[in-house]
Design a protein around this ligand. Structure first.
Ligand SMILES: Nc1nc(=O)c2c([nH]1)NC[C@@H]1CN(c3ccc(C(=O)N[C@@H](CCC(=O)O)C(=O)O)cc3)CN21
Ligand SMILES: CC(C)C(=O)C(=O)O
Ligand SMILES: [Mg+2]
Length: 274
C-alpha cells in the first residue's frame, strides 16, 4: 500500500494523541517488541505504543537481568521495529549506565532517535533522574520516566520486588513523578506498585501514566510481549496474563490484549498488588 492509500487510522500517533487519550479515558495499549515481524503484528492488532525494552537482555539474550544490555543492542532492535511500523509510537529504553550524566544521556538518546528513529526514550534512575530528564527534554527529546520497580537495580534490590508499599516510599514516587513532569517528561511508566501509588501519581501529574503491575488506575498498560504470549521460561510475575491460551495465534493474542486493555477487562485485581 502506498503512503497516500493508507487508512486514516494508520497515521503516526503523537504526544498530543496520548494526552487526548488520557483526557478522554481511552486506555493506551502498549507492548514490548524487538523485531519487525512481531512489531508489524502488534500494529495490525491496534497496539498504540511499542517499547523496545531493555527486557531484551532477558527475553532475547538470555541474561538474568537487564544490567548487561548496551545502547548498541537497543539501537539494533529499535531499527528492526521502526522500519516495520507506521502508527505505533516507538519508545526506546535507555539501558543501565547510559543515563550516568545528562551529557552522556543526551548523546545516547540522540543516537536512538537519529540512527534508529525512536520517537521517545524511557529512563530509570536515582537522584539524578530529574536532571537527566531535563537535559533530554531541553534538547527536544521526548521523555518517559520509569518509576516504581526499576529492574536495572536488580543487584541493589536483591531481585524484582514491589516498590512503594510504605507511605514514605509511596510519597517519594509521587514526588519524583511530579518533578519529572516539571522537568519536561511527557509520560510516566510505573512498574510493580500498589494501586494507591498509581492513583497518587495520576492525581499529581497531567501526563499519561502507563502501568505494569500498577493496577487499573493507569492511563495505559504494558506487558513484555513474551510473557503475554506465554513463551517466557520460568515463573512469571503476577501481573502477567496469558493471551495466547484463549486465542491460539500471535496476532489474535495481541488483538485480545488491546481489546481487554481498552475495555478495562485487563488488569484484574489478581494482576496487581492491591
Ligand atoms: N519477561 C520479563 N517480563 C517482565 O515483566 C520484565 C522482564 N522480563 N525483565 C525486566 C523487568 C523485570 N520485571 C519483573 C520481573 C519479576 C517480577 C516478579 O516476579 N514480581 C513478583 C513480586 C515480588 C514481590 O511481591 O515483591 C510477582 O509475584 O509478581 C516483577 C517484575 C519486569 N520486567
Ligand atoms: C517492563 C517494561 C516496562 C520495560 O522497561 C522493559 O521491557 O524493559
Ligand atoms: Mg526496561
Amino acid at each position: 500500500m502506498s503512503a497516500a492509500e493508507q487508512p486514516v487510522d494508520s497515521k503516526p500517533l503523537n504526544l498530543g494523541d496520548f494526552r487526548t487519550m488520557r483526557a478522554n479515558g481511552e486506555a493506551i495499549a502498549c507492548l514490548t517488541a524487538y523485531d519487525a515481524a512481531f512489531a508489524a503484528a502488534q500494529e495490525a492488532a491496534g497496539v498504540d505504543l511499542i517499547l523496545v525494552g531493555d527486557s531484551l537482555g532477558m527475553v532475547i539474550q538470555g541474561h538474568r537481568s537487564t544490567v548487561p544490555v548496551a545502547v548498541d543492542d537497543i539501537l539494533y532492535h529499535t531499527r528492526c521495529v521502526t522500519r516495520s511500523v507506521t502508527r505505533p509510537w516507538v519508545v526506546a529504553d535507555m539501558p543501565f549506565l547510559s543515563v550516568r550524566s545528562p551529557d552522556y544521556a543526551v548523546e545516547q538518546a540522540g543516537r536512538l532517535m537519529q540512527e534508529a528513529d525512536a520517537a521517545m526514550v524511557k529512563l530509570e534512575g536515582g537522584e539524578s533522574q530529574v536532571d537527566v530528564a531535563r537535559a533530554l527534554a531541553d534538547q527536544g527529546i521526548p521523555v518517559c520516566g520509569h518509576l516504581g520497580l526499576q529492574p536495572q537495580l536488580f543487584y541493589k534490590l536483591g531481585g524484582f520486588k514491589v516498590q512503594g508499599r510504605e507511605a514514605e516510599a509511596a510519597q517519594a514516587i509521587v514526588d519524583r513523578a511530579k518533578a519529572l513532569e516539571q522537568a519536561g517528561a511527557d509520560m510516566i511508566l510505573l512498574e510493580c506498585v500498589p494501586n494507591a501509588v498509581t492513583q497518587g501519581v495520576v492525581e499529581a501529574t497531567s501526563v499519561p501514566v502507563i502501568g505494569i503491575g500498577a493496577g487499573p488506575h493507569a492511563h495505559g498498560q504494558i506487558l513484555v510481549m513474551h510473557d503475554m504470549l506465554n513463551v517466557t521460561t520460568g515463573r512469571k510475575p503476577r501481573f502477567v496474563k496469558d493471551f495466547m491460551a484463549e486465542t491460539g495465534g500471535v496476532e489474535a493474542a495481541f488483538a485480545a490484549y488491546v481489546r481487554e486493555v481498552k475495555s478495562g477487562a485487563y488488569p484484574q485485581p489478581t494482576h496487581g498488588f492491591g
